[in-house]
Design a protein around this ligand. Structure first.
Ligand code: GDP
Length: 527
């Protein structure tokens, strides 16, 4: 048997190095006799004592007399080496002015510190941010869905101030289309800040790639914002307190009944930048059979998009099976993959609001019956809400951080390529295009206005292509440079036109002169 003294007699850091087991056996080994009648703390005692009240000395209680003392821990540990040093003598009332409850808490913490488990650190409140983006065609019910996802009894969220989601507003101030809710996780001391970014539908816009470019640009711009915050000279010490603008996940809203090429293409492009969760809207317009068939059709097209220019399957966000199970989803294989089939509504069942506790129950009433948004037999909205706002929150956050790291590496590795592209553009605009213009002029006879128009047209098209690509990369600075390069090139092209004009004038004069010289010779019958 060994006494505790040789094992824990050092300063605190040496105490910390003692492994659980060593400390445990060392404490257990203290002979009762050597305790001199005082109750020294052993781990078995500590276990029994947890939660028990003992403010008197050891004689009145079997609870170990671990005293509340204002001595530092290492002094306390040293004092406990010899029974007579008085280190563990109860001195609660004499030494402290704490209330009974506070001193009890303090004492329990001390006991836990020496118990069989490692101590539980005190948690402090922190904020965690999640941003969901909702994308899809106009009129599908995106705004209604956001409200149904986030609202609670007595609080019908006004998603944003417009009845529609205008493109101009999104381009100018996307944050004005964000709906934000916060709530506290008391257990983990986390304040969740959950934001949903609404987006304008692509509506009648035939050029879907322009709409995709705009959304992708927005996603990348949020990443760039975060990168700028990370690398700012006077950044916050801890970025955990800063509102994170990055998009975590995207709900892609599909119309019921028919899967359009545009939607397949949109999902394929978008999924390269952010994980998507396909959601089939307005489930109440489909019969059970139609809904099943359409869900399967979407699953098949995600596996095999069968579209030109799109290789491989379309990646969607993969919830882990455990997460799906926690959210109450049936664990059948078909259900483990989105798409979710949902109903949303702004009409709330008033009777459910009077229930105890009040329940938020959006529904759609028809003459023949009622479709209920959160009824699992009617719609998957309850599962979606459970996943997005509870069970998969951490999973989604982790995924965002991994994806951002990959984006960051790519982004920081591209300046050379971006520079090369800029140089190529400048060369094309300043040299190749004017040269082509001169050749064109020489071949087709010179028409100044036509030339000017075709040079302008060519430059504009080239500029649009390059700037369009740039915009997708959210390089607004590069955009400005490309624009000024284009303007300079235009000026140079104009100068080249003038030069060509002068050259043509000179050539015409030469031709005229030659003709004049030929005429007398012909008269003389030389040819
Ligand atoms: P957004 O343009 O995609 O934001 O669509 P809105 O949220 O403005 O909704 C357009 C219309 O669809 C509104 O009249 C909604 O009431 C309706 N709507 C929304 N969700 C559903 C649904 O699940 N089923 C049906 N039948 N209509 C819906």
């Amino acid at each position: 048997m060994s006494l505790i003294a040789p094992t824990v007699s050092g300063p605190v850091d040496s105490l910390n190095r003692v492994e659980d087991q060593d400390l445990n056996s060392a404490l257990m080994d203290i002979p009762k006799a050597s305790r001199g009648g005082r109750a020294y703390l052993s781990l078995s005692d500590a276990g029994q004592a947890a939660g028990e009240v003992a403010v008197d000395g050891p004689s009145s209680s079997k609870v170990p007399s671990l005293a509340v003392t204002d001595r530092p821990l290492n002094a306390y540990a040293a004092a406990s080496m010899t029974p007579d040093a008085g280190g563990l003598t109860p001195q609660l009332t004499a030494r402290t002015s704490m209330s009974n409850q506070t001193s009890l808490d303090y004492r329990n913490k001390q006991l836990a510190l020496l118990g069989p488990l490692r101590p539980q650190p005190t948690k402090i409140w922190k904020r965690k941010f999640v941003k969901l983006m909702v994308v899809g065609d106009s009129g599908l019910g995106k705004t209604t869905l956001i409200s149904a996802l986030l609202s609670k009894p007595g609080e019908q969220l006004q998603v944003h101030d417009g009845t529609n989601t205008p493109l101009g507003q999104f381009l100018k101030d996307p944050d004005s289309l964000i709906t934000r809710v916060t709530w506290k996780d008391e257990q983990d001391k986390v304040v969740w800040v959950f934001r949903v970014q609404d987006t304008p539908g692509y509506g009648d816009d035939q050029d879907i790639s322009r709409h995709i470019g705009m959304i992708v640009q927005h996603i990348n711009a949020q990443n760039t914002k975060w990168l700028d915050m990370e690398s700012a000279r006077d950044r916050c010490i801890d970025l955990i307190d800063v509102e994170d603008p990055r998009v975590d996940v995207c709900l892609y809203c599909l119309p019921p009944h028919r899967l359009r090429q545009n939607d397949v293409r949109y999902m394929a492009e978008l999924s390269k930048h952010v994980p998507i969760i396909p959601v089939i809207m307005k489930a109440d317009t489909m019969t059970i059979h139609e809904a099943q068939r359409f869900r399967q059709e979407v699953v098949n097209r995600l596996q095999n998009p069968a579209l030109s220019g799109i290789r491989g399957k379309i990646e969607v966000f993969r919830f882990s099976p455990q997460t799906l199970e926690r959210a109450g989803l049936p664990s059948s294989a078909a259900m483990s993959i989105p798409p979710f089939v949902v109903i949303a509504s702004n009409d709330i069942n008033q009777a459910a609001l009077q229930d105890e506790p009040p329940t938020y129950w959006p529904e759609r009433s028809y003459k023949w019956g009622t479709a209920e948004a959160f009824n699992p037999d009617h719609s998957d909205l309850l599962f979606l809400r459970s996943l997005l706002m509870a069970e998969a929150l951490e999973e989604v956050s982790v995924d965002k951080r991994q994806r951002y790291e990959e984006w960051r590496q790519r982004h920081l590795a591209t300046p050379f390529l971006a520079g090369l592209r800029r140089r190529l553009l400048r060369f094309a605009l300043a040299t190749a295009l004017p040269a082509a213009a001169v050749v064109f002029a020489a071949q087709n006879g010179f028409d100044k206005q036509r030339m000017r128009d075709s040079v302008k047209d060519g430059a504009q098209r080239l500029k649009e292509r390059v700037i369009g690509k740039k915009a997708a990369d959210a390089q607004s600075a590069a955009d400005a440079r490309a624009e000024s390069a284009a303007a300079a090139a235009l000026r140079e092209a104009e100068a080249a036109i003038m030069a060509a004009e002068q050259a043509q004038q000179a050539a015409l004069q030469e031709l005229q002169k030659g003709r004049q010289q030929q005429q007398p010779a012909q008269k003389k019958g030389w040819f």
